[in-house]
Write a protein that binds this ligand. Structure first.
Ligand code: NI
Length: 158
């Protein structure tokens, strides 16, 4: 396990369509482990592989509980409904936030690290993070689709 460097704008890898994972290997497992470590180290709640310079369709999400760590390989949205508008930021775009319209509820299908098909459903923040991370796999950033972009106010803990 290792902390990897987070790629930031204007790195062009963030604009590429990431490649599907055709075979899950020990390298894929290390990628997942490193992504989860890197995300936690950066106090993030989601990370996509292109954000550490790997143009593969892999995401990790953990919005809170340790038990809710999610790893998804080749994720696709199979269902979404409703709408929410809320603030978003991105570890690859430090210093900016935006209000982004997203589906309120979503179901994503992908592979787990053993190659088994799994469905992950979520609403609210979980749905938002899943949509944000899947967008990364298509080279889409929140600043592309935000209703408004702003520099967040200073936080007392910054
Ligand atoms: Ni992001």
């Amino acid at each position: 396990m290792a902390i990897r460097t987070i790629v930031k704008l204007p790195d062009s890898i963030l604009r590429e369509k990431a490649q599907e994972v055709l075979k899950i290997t020990p390298r894929t497992h290390k990628l997942l482990d490193d992504m989860m470590d890197t995300m936690h180290h950066a106090n993030g709640i989601g990370l996509a592989a292109p954000q550490i310079g790997i143009s593969k369709r892999v995401i990790v999400v953990n919005i809170g509980e340790e038990s809710e760590k999610i790893e998804l390989i080749n994720p696709i949205v199979i269902e979404k409904s409703g709408e929410q508008l809320g603030p978003e930021g991105c570890l690859s775009i430090p210093g900016l936030s935006g209000d982004v319209r997203r589906a309120e509820q979503i179901t994503v299908r992908g592979l787990d690290r053993k190659g088994h098909s799994i469905d992950v459903s979520g609403s609210g923040l979980m749905a938002r993070v899943l949509q944000h991370e899947i967008d990364h796999l298509n080279g889409v950033l929140f600043i592309d689709i935000a209703d408004a972009i702003y520099e967040p106010e200073e936080h007392e803990d910054d």
